[in-house]
Every structure is written in C-alpha cells, then in structure tokens.
Design a protein around this ligand. Structure first.
Ligand SMILES: Cc1ncc(C[n+]2csc(CCOP(=O)(O)OP(=O)(O)O)c2C)c(N)n1
Length: 340
C-alpha cells in the first residue's frame, strides 16, 4: 500500500481515504439496517421472508462501489445492501419491506422481487439463476448500443448448478459481453453444503470453459473485493469481455429468519464469525493510522440515525389502497386510452 501511495499525489491520497471511509460506512449501514429488519420481522412488521446477508456485506459493497450511473445490477435475494450502495433512499427500501405505498413497488411486493430501475437494479426472481440471462441481456443491449456500461449478475453457489446460469455464461463468453458474474459462495444453499452441490472446489474455474477469466477472492475482505472489483469492472467496461469473481464467504444467520440453521455446527459458525468483514476492515483502517475509535463512533451514530429515519418514514407511510392493486402492472396499450 505504501508503495502504491508513493505514486499518488496528495489529492489522490485524500480521495482514496474518503473512498475507503465510504466503504466502511456502507458495510456498517448494511449491517445496522439488516439487524433492524430482523427485529422488525420478529415484531411482524415485515411483509414476506427476510434473507439476511449478515457476514456478506463486503461483497455487495466492494462490487457495487465502483459502479457508475447507467450500470445494471441483478442482485440475489440476500443482497439488500446493493440497494443501499446504489443510492436507493433507505426509507423507500424500508417501506418496500413493510409493503407500504412509498416502497419501490408501491406496496405490491415484498423485498424479494422489488427492483429499482432508476438505480439500475433488477428485482430478483424466485427461480434461482434466472436473473443471469436478464443481466446478460442488459449487457447485450449495452454492446449493441455502444454504451460504456457494465452489467453485474450476483448468484449463489447453489444457483450455479442451474442450467440457465450455464446458458447465460456461455452466451456472454461467445459475444464478449460487458458482464461481471459474481458468485457469493457462502457454503450452503439453504441446508445443502457446498460439498453436495458441486464436485469442484471453485465455481470460478468454470469461467475458463466459457472463454473468460475467473477470480477467487475472500468475500470477507472488503479491501480485497474492492480492489479486485475495480480492476475487473474497468477491464469489462473497456470492452475486455466478461469476467467472473467468486467470493468465498459465510452467512451468519439462517437461510431466512425462520431457519435456525441446525444443519451447521457451532464451531464452524464461530470460525467464520472470527472472520467478520467489519472488524477486519477496521483493523486495516487502524493500521493506516486512522483514529478508529472516533471513526467507529461517528459511523455508528450516523448509521443509527439513518436506520431510525428509514423506520420512521416507513412506519408513517400508508398501506396502498386496494383500488391501486393492478395499477402499473402492465405497460399501457398505445392504441387505447392507456388503461388496459
Ligand atoms: C430453481 C430453484 N430451486 C430452488 C429454490 C428454493 N431456494 C430458494 S433460495 C435457495 C438456496 C439458494 O442458495 P444459493 O444459490 O447458494 O444462495 P444463498 O441463499 O446461499 O445466498 C433455495 C434452494 C428456488 N428458489 N429456485
């Protein structure tokens, strides 16, 4: 890092510091937001299932931070953090989780399928893996229209066993599309351990079979994910064709809030909790001579306020009117008054 810094001027160094503190803010915000969502779920205030990404915050943060306006992301059911890093207002996101009028789908859905095309986010689908061909379709559009944008498709190691994941990667490889495939390998697909999912160690080695590069990185190391993602996104944006990033990680909670995850042993959980991405990044900040105590206190206070404001906004928002139930579901028919 010292060597790398030697080549930077003081302006670039302070921009880099600001960027790293922003990364820290995001992982803390995602953790605080999701912890609050788990509590709200127990209070019966959340509509639908809650799939916590606790333990995996460094992945969505490191991958999405270098993205630009116009880029496209297809997140997983566990990737609430994508919405926060892409700039979706936390209040609207919380309202989506509570099925309120002010939510992204105006109270028509739970978090699971809520997208926000304004921020380039495609709502995830129930069929695992089926959002990859959609992300590839977005990349094809960027290529055909000569737009310098990239598409990012998140998927789990469980989803990687699905046929349309193969089809999406094969097509992307053949057409050299600007798409980044990000595997969040958290070792379990619901209760199925990774050893029963695939006969190989790394999903990333499959990339070679499709004619592009695959990388393996610790998904619990924010710095490593962030640095790799910056390089990969730049190459893909410049027309280098698709790449795959496999992030090795672990989910701290069950598959969803109703799953006590009794199929995992306690030792394994403790081992992975000791690799928590947040203290790991704090250690990095401290080693870089930041006043960690002050930064942590300020960030905790800031995230507490943001999360509380989001909850207040969502709780004060109305539920949708029944008469609006089918509004906005179909594209207007240009030949009629637009109501069909
Ligand atoms: C095609 C398909 N099969 C099964 C399911 C049920 N299901 C929902 S999430 C899940 C686990 C997914 O595991 P993974 O893809 O590794 O993502 P993770 O939940 O671990 O983040 C399963 C089996 C589904 N939604 N779609």
């Amino acid at each position: 890092m010292a060597e790398a810094n030697a080549a930077l001027d003081s302006h670039e160094i302070s921009a880099r510091i600001e960027y790293e503190l922003q990364l820290y803010y995001w992982v803390k915000l995602i953790r605080a937001f999701e912890e609050r969502v788990s509590r709200l779920h127990r209070q019966n205030k959340i509509i639908g299932g809650v799939y916590s990404g606790a333990g995996q915050e460094a992945i969505v943060t490191g991958i999405c931070a270098p993205l630009q306006d116009g880029d496209f992301v297809a997140p997983l059911h566990r990737d609430l953090g994508v919405f926060l890093v892409r700039g979706v207002p936390p209040g609207r996101l919380m309202a989506q989780l509570m099925g309120k009028e002010t939510g992204l789908s105006r109270g028509k859905d739970s978090f699971l399928h809520g997208g926000d095309l304004e921020h380039g986010i495609f709502g995830s689908t129930s069929m695992l893996g089926s959002s990859l061909p959609v992300a590839v379709g977005a990349a094809l559009k960027f290529q055909l229209k000569k737009e310098k944008c990239v598409s990012v498709a998140f998927f789990g190691e469980g989803a990687s066993s699905r046929g349309d994941v193969h089809e999406a990667m094969n097509f992307a490889g053949v057409r050299k599309l600007p798409v980044i495939f990000v595997c969040e390998n958290n070792r379990y697909a619901y209760s199925t351990p990774v050893e029963k999912q695939m006969a190989i160690e790394d999903v990333a080695i499959r990339a070679e079979a499709y004619g592009f590069k695959g990388h393996v990185v610790s998904g619990n190391d924010l710095l490593a994910v962030g640095q790799l993602s910056e390089r990969v996104i730049n190459r893909v944006r410049e027309g280098g064709g698709p790449e795959m990033i496999e992030c090795k990680t672990y989910r701290f909670r069950g598959h969803s809030e109703h799953d006590p995850a009794l199929y995992r042993n306690k030792e394994e959980l403790i081992e992975w909790q000791s690799r928590d991405p947040i203290p790991r990044f704090e250690l990095y900040l401290e080693k870089k001579s930041h006043d960690l105590k002050r930064i942590r206190e300020e960030t905790d206070e800031r995230t507490r306020q943001v999360v509380q404001a989001a909850v207040d906004f969502a709780e004060q928002s109305p539920l949708p009117e029944a008469s609006e139930a089918i509004e906005g579901l179909y594209a207007p028919d240009e030949n009629t008054s637009g109501n069909s």
